[in-house]
Design a protein around this ligand. Structure first.
Ligand SMILES: C[S@@+](CC[C@H](N)C(=O)[O-])C[C@H]1O[C@@H](n2cnc3c(N)ncnc32)[C@H](O)[C@@H]1O
Length: 404
């Protein structure tokens, strides 16, 4: 089946994530890519994709008329190279009129833009319920949306966690998913290590994706935060934070039956005492010297990023931050290189700093990394896999490595 992916705010990163997971992904514009796959892609697993859609093999009217009785909610998005709000609106109204003649009621979701935003699609449950439909037009081809990113669940996973620390600059859950997916296809239950685990966002997302999270970190306090957050996650299994009981068991987060709680509600950690919940694999350890337990199937992490900064640093401050980060990152890669098997993927978000001229200053470590026994994926220009909000001083550059 042919699928369409609507790429996120940073299309090169979204595309890299898809290419790591599917074969022959073709970018057809800055907004969309197409690929063929046997299985239906799961929107909840791809931080970089806003919507997945499948090729519509019927004409839109024939599809709509084949839907079960009852009122239809219809949205139309135009993702063509030259998108037109008018075209999207006209197509939707034309379908509404034709359906009316056949005695079927259609509510059209108004277009503020040619493409319905993720929020509009999600809040109207387009692609999520049988008679809630989003038709996507790309030039002359129609696709049927399989649902937009569940922004409500992402926000809950980001904000409702009990242990948060603004100072360590928590990783957005979407970016954590991207880092994990960039490791390539992993077997269910694969053990994913984050040696700079902080508050545990990568561990949490790995668990949700059905992998076994394994975390270590320098600070005892952060390790406790990670444990607390994973325990909270296990306690929310089956609800809108989107962890299925199966994923929870696979990830070792729960060894007993989990009673799903009502959708839309996040349950608090049962008793507040994490010792009563199943043990999770998180320990204190310095990534430059720690001995991890096998197996390590993949490494996905946001490394130490240096001190937080709100304005572009002066040269001396930048030099110190770079030196400090470089020592830790290279020290970690040297330490782990003898502990992982050839072919193990490592995806790291490392710092890059905004300069007053609006360019980014990168760590100059790729050659040294190669000398430590890693293949560095060089398909991407360095600025392409740079994850930064506008004006953010410490950005995250994604590097993809594989143990030789
Ligand atoms: C940018 S934060 C990671 C935040 C994390 N992704 C989260 O979800 O909260 C980097 C973390 O690396 C830790 N760290 C710094 N030096 C380290 C080292 N040598 N070994 C292990 N962890 C280290 C810091 O304590 C911090 O928690």
């Amino acid at each position: 089946m042919q699928y369409l992916a609507v790429l996120g705010r940073q299309p090169e990163i979204s595309l890299a994530e898809l290419q790591a997971q599917f074969k022959d992904v073709h970018k057809i514009s800055n907004k969309v890519a197409i690929f063929k796959n046997d299985q239906v892609p799961d929107t909840n697993r791809f931080g970089g994709t806003l919507k997945f859609a499948k090729l519509l093999t019927k004409m839109p009217f024939d599809y709509l008329i084949s839907l079960p009785e009852g009122k239809i909610t219809l949205g139309v998005s135009d993702y063509s190279k030259k998108p037109s709000k008018k075209r999207a609106e006209n197509e939707a109204l034309k379908l509404k009129r034709t359906m009316k003649k056949r005695g079927r009621n259609v509510r059209v979701v108004p277009n503020k833009t040619p493409e319905l935003s993720t929020a509009t699609s999600h809040h109207n449950q387009l692609g999520e319920k049988p008679r809630h439909v989003e038709l996507i037009l790309v030039e002359k081809t129609w696709y049927l949306s399989l649902g937009a990113q569940n922004i409500t669940a992402y926000a809950k996973r980001d904000q409702a966690r009990p242990a948060r620390d603004a100072k360590v600059g928590m990783l957005p859950p979407k970016l954590a998913q991207i880092l994990i997916n960039l490791c390539g296809p992993l077997k269910p239950g694969a053990r994913v290590l984050d040696p700079f685990c902080g508050t545990g966002v990568v561990l949490q997302e790995a668990a949700l994706m059905g992998y076994t999270p394994y975390g270590t970190g320098l600070s005892e306090r952060m390790v406790e935060y990670s444990k607390k957050n994973l325990a909270w996650l296990a306690s929310t299994a089956g609800n809108s934070a989107n962890i299925s009981p199966r994923s929870a068991r696979l990830a070792g987060l729960a060894d007993r039956a989990i009673t799903p709680v009502k959708t839309g509600v996040i349950a608090p950690v049962a008793s507040g005492n994490i010792n009563e919940l199943p043990a999770v694999d998180v320990s204190q350890g310095d990534a430059t010297s720690y001995t991890w337990s096998a197996p390590i199937d993949a490494v996905a992490c946001e490394t130490y990023l240096g001190p937080p900064m709100s304005t572009p640093p002066v040269d001396i401050k930048l030099k110190t931050a770079k030196q400090e980060c470089q020592t830790i990152i290279l020290g970690f890669l040297k330490n782990i290189s003898t502990q992982i098997t050839p072919g193990t993927p490592l995806v790291l978000a490392i710092p890059a700093w905004l300069r007053p001229d609006n360019t980014y200053s990168h760590l100059n470590i790729l050659d040294e990394i190669a000398n430590l026994g890693y293949n560095v994926e060089k398909n991407f220009g360095r600025n392409n896999l740079l994850y930064a909000r506008t004006g953010q001083v410490v950005a995250r550059e994604i590097i993809i490595l594989r143990k030789k």
